[in-house]
Design a protein around this ligand. Sequence first.
Ligand SMILES: *Cc1c(COP(=O)(O)O)cnc(C)c1O
Length: 458
Amino acid sequence: MELPFAELYKIKMVETIKKSTREQRDQWLAEAYNNVFNLRSEYVFIDLLTDSGTGAMSDKQWSQMMIGDESYAGASSYINMKKIIKALFGFNDFLPTHQGRAAENVLFSVLVKQGNVIPGNSHFDTTKGHIEFRKATAIDCTIDEAFDTTIYHPFKGNLDVTKLKAVYENYPTAQVPMVIITVTNNTSGGQPVSMQNIKEVAELSRKHGVKVVLDSARFAENAYFIKKREEGFADKSIKEIVKEMYSYADAMTMSSKKDAIVNMGGFIGFKERELYEKASVYNIMFEGFVTYGGMSGRDMNALCQGLDEGTEFDYLDTRIRQVEYLADKLLDHGVPILQPTGGHAIFIDAKKFFPEIAKEEYIAQTLVVELYLEGGIRAVEVGTLLADRDPETRENRYPALELVRLAIPRRVYTNSHMDYIAAAVCNVYDRRNTIKKGLTIKKEASIMRHFTVELERL
Ligand SMILES: *Cc1c(COP(=O)(O)O)cnc(C)c1O
């Protein structure tokens, strides 16, 4: 018999989770106004809300916590971070921040001015938030293939160079401070960007004097896909691939809560000293002194260890195969999911799942509600709620895709949990024809409404 794939870790510490009844979930969800961000985590059986900050740290990361240096300035933990950022990404300078959006806040305070346009591949919601907050505009240049969930394309996160060129030709250079390449492209489904594409975008941008910034939350998963899918990289190590990816970048913003496998943290990496110096002023104002920037020494130490482990092939292979394992179960049952599967999550195509629900009734959020009621599974909407209203017209922006994301935390759940999730999704799929009405909004915030919105079932 062929030996099956098994996780390349064993478990040293466990955390209890509780099942609940359908009646309990009905009540809890009503009390949460049909917004799963309002649910207490103890009311959730399997939490797929996000893979951000929810990973399990290793024994080595925990041991690094014990020898963190809490000195205000020049801590050894800071020096450790400087060393690994140089080794992995090739950047001489960096600034620690408390998380990814803080890195955006600091960097964009230097780079983004009112009236600017910032092209990219489906900017992440906080990234877009920080751009729009400064009265600038994010322009999506993702390739069209990304918006068809059934087409196979190995690098659906890619930017369309023709669309990018049009932006550079239509706007004066002074108005375009940077292009943001998000690796992997979270908003379009955790889809990778190819090395070739990063290189082409960088060459074109350099010609127009535009800086290349990599939004890097899942840079290691992106490198894994380059190794697996792009010609010429099969024999390269993940660390070698990462080094090449960043050789094309001027700066990076990082949410360490994803591929660095820590619960909190972030940083900005810089190629140019001058940009680092300008950003340092804002880091001191918003985050903390340049050698800790909102992070404790122990957390910086765990982050260093996490960056090293997170860029090892065996770890990435275990992780991405678990996501594929769940995807295969759903596909076998005919559930419409985004293909190929991304790195950190499964994305269900909610418009195909519930073809009868009107787009004004928040199709993807309706599926989120049903998954919770079915099995105590907390997923997240990546659709009209997340797309928010147009800042000018205040009309709903209806995105090309209505997705439900099942984000898989790193090293947290076993494949038995994947079996349970698959069964719950398939049960809802089997009774999909009985669900014809969605939700309506009762209350919402003026920006990033999805976190706090209150909804009612129609
Ligand atoms: C998570 C994420 C961010 C923001 O990071 P936080 O740590 O949540 O503040 C930015 N960009 C991308 C692509 C992300 O996935």
